[in-house]
Structures are given as structure tokens and as C-alpha cells.
Write a protein that binds this ligand. Structure first.
Ligand SMILES: Nc1nc2c(ncn2[C@@H]2O[C@H](COP(=O)(O)OP(=O)(O)OP(=O)(O)O)[C@@H](O)[C@H]2O)c(=O)[nH]1
Ligand SMILES: [Mg+2]
Length: 196
């Protein structure tokens, strides 16, 4: 897929023009946001990923087929960065989610082996208040058997109060969930990419 890096921004004033529908990728640090984007775009290293949490420290904007913008966000909840830095991340993320005008869809990623927490709930609530589509995606599904994936999905559905049908799972290693995710992006941004 034709995707290019547009720019990074360390503050909201540095964001690129809001001229195309935008898809944001949020989630706890190390959950697999950057890997998720690479997999969706069929690119190995367009977005930097890392074994140590806190890899993405800026808002990173990518143009996808000149039709959409994908935004990779810093992860939240990473204890090892300083308090000041954590506060800066939180303000940058919430400022972005509160104000970005062209936001069409916001993915909220969580590790399928973890529990749904306040931060995820807050992002979903914020998107609902703004009337912007949000989608919970359970990452690293390759770490579990098929039956365990279903079991964990049912558990997380209970934690969220959603039905299991409203939650997707994904693996950046095997590509599980790729088509469902692209179908959703195309639907919410009225585009026709990814699964042509
Ligand atoms: N097994 C498995 N590992 C994954 C998957 N997605 C990401 N990882 C690994 O998890 C680690 C973190 O991945 P990133 O994509 O950098 O995570 P991130 O959410 O962007 O992290 P930050 O930028 O630090 O917030 C890396 O070691 C990845 O290889 C997946 O679907 N399956
Ligand atoms: Mg990242």
C-alpha cells in the first residue's frame, strides 16, 4: 500500500492540515499500535516499533493512498518514564482526541491478555461524547489458542459491557483480523482500501 510519513508533532500546533479523514491508534504503551499500523499498510518498518515500552513519543502522521491519514500516538501508562513526561503524553493524547477535527475513527488497542482499564474506558467515552467512531481491538491474539481468544474476548466484553460482536481481535504476526479492521476503516471513512 502506498503510505508515506507526513510529519511528527510534539504539540497540537504542529499537526498537519486536517484535510483528509483521519484514523487514530491509541492504547497502552507496548500494546502493539505501531506494529498494527505497519501490518495494515503491508509495510515492515514504516512505523518504528520496539521491544521497550515508550517507543513512540510524538504524534506521527502518515498519509495512506492520499486518501486517509493514520496517526500513531504515544502509548499511555508506561511507569518508567518521568512524571513530567507522562503528564506531557497524557495532555498530548487527550488534547488530540478532544480537538482533532477530521478524526473519523479511533482504535483503542489493548493486549488480549490484559484487563480493560480506566484509560480505555475514558477514551471510548470521550469518542462517544464527540460522536466519533471508536473501536476496541484486542492485540497479540497469536499469543493464545483460538479457544483462549474466544474466552478472553468474552471476559473483556463483560468488563466493558459490550457484546463480543463489537470487539475485534488482531495479530500483527499472523494478520488475524486484518480484513475486519480494513472493512471497518473503509466503512467509517467512506474509502475503499486495503482489501481490494
Ligand atoms: N506476538 C506479538 N507481538 C507483537 C504484536 N504486535 C506487537 N508486538 C510486539 O510488541 C512490542 C511492542 O510493539 P509496538 O508496535 O512498538 O507497540 P506500541 O504500542 O507502538 O508501543 P509504544 O510506541 O511504546 O507505545 C514489539 O516487541 C512488537 O514486536 C502481535 O500482534 N503479536
Ligand atoms: Mg509505538
Amino acid at each position: 500500500m502506498n503510505a508515506v510519513f507526513i510529519k511528527s508533532a510534539s504539540s497540537l500546533s504542529g499537526m498537519p492540515a486536517a484535510a483528509l479523514p483521519e484514523v487514530a491508534f491509541t492504547g497502552r504503551s507496548n500494546v502493539g499500535k505501531s506494529s498494527f499500523i505497519n501490518k495494515l499498510l503491508g509495510r515492515k518498518n514504516l512505523v518504528k516499533t520496539g521491544k521497550t515500552p515508550g517507543k513512540t513519543r510524538l504524534l506521527n502522521f502518515f498519509s495512506v493512498e492520499d486518501a486517509l491519514i493514520f496517526t500513531d500516538l504515544p502509548g499511555y501508562g508506561y511507569a518508567a518514564v518521568s512524571k513530567t513526561e507522562r503528564k506531557r503524553f497524557a495532555e498530548l493524547i487527550s488534547g488530540y482526541l478532544l480537538t482533532r477535527k477530521n478524526l473519523a475513527l479511533c482504535f483503542v488497542l489493548m493486549d488480549i491478555r490484559r484487563s480493560f482499564q480506566t484509560e480505555e474506558r475514558e477514551i471510548l467515552k470521550l469518542m462517544e461524547q464527540r460522536g466519533i467512531n471508536a473501536q476496541l481491538v484486542l492485540t497479540k491474539a497469536d499469543k493464545l489458542s483460538k479457544s483462549a481468544v474466544l474466552k478472553e474476548k468474552a471476559r473483556i466484553a463483560r468488563e466493558t459491557g459490550e457484546s463480543t460482536g463489537n470487539i475485534l481481535h488482531f495479530s500483527s504476526v499472523t494478520g488475524t483480523g486484518y480484513e475486519e479492521v480494513w472493512r471497518l476503516i473503509n466503512d467509517k471513512t467512506k474509502s475503499n482500501l486495503g482489501i481490494l
